[in-house]
Design a protein around this ligand. Structure first.
Ligand code: ZN
Length: 185
């Protein structure tokens, strides 16, 4: 940030009084511009023994497979954000959402919530940010073509938990540097 969004004046990057970390502070109106983590919500949609994945049409990781997920909007709940992203990216309707993975991506200041969800029917198709949407069995999951480590984790947990039928919420801290999402095979 170079300029104040309140008055347009230049900002400085300093520790405000009574604070302990640097913030962008306006040199004119003295507004303190706080920057906090972003929330990403999505679904792991299940249909019988299959999982719905989307092939990304956008960077980063264009052409790789992912679960439908995206940034929350102001004024919506995490569950609604997850449903909305699933509708936008896969034109798919889901129900019975249950919080499944909660991941802190500290290097990029993101928090991702993935809900386990029932895919309601087979009326799905590629949305704007997607080139393909398909159902995959465990054997067919394109493990070496997954977009992000968080997606890989959620799928690993799911197939592991499916053996017992118990799906506890998984709390994960990922300290990977930005840009390094998936180990290449
Ligand atoms: Zn200002």
């Amino acid at each position: 940030m170079n300029y104040c969004s309140q008055c347009g004046s230049p900002v400085k990057f300093e520790i405000p009084e009574d604070d302990n970390r640097p913030r962008h502070i306006c040199t004119q109106c003295h507004h303190v511009h706080y920057s906090n983590p972003k929330l990403v919500a999505g679904c792991l949609p299940v249909f019988e023994d299959k999982i719905l994945l989307c092939k990304r049409a956008i960077e980063p990781r264009n052409g790789y497979w992912t679960l439908p997920a995206g940034y929350m909007e102001n004024g919506e709940s995490t569950r609604h954000a997850a449903q909305r992203e699933t509708l936008e990216e896969a034109n798919a309707r889901v129900s019975d959402l249950q919080l499944y993975t909660l991941t802190s991506l500290t290097p990029v200041s993101h928090v991702q919530l993935i809900y386990l969800a029932q895919l309601e029917d087979l009326n799905f198709s590629a949305g704007d940010e997607t080139t393909d949407v398909r159902l995959f069995t465990e054997q067919d999951i394109p493990w070496d073509k997954l977009a992000f480590q968080t997606i890989r984790n959620a799928l690993h947990f799911y197939f592991e938990d499916r053996k017992s039928g118990i799906f506890p919420t998984r709390h994960i801290d990922l300290d990977m540097p930005p840009g390094r999402y998936v180990e290449q095979p």
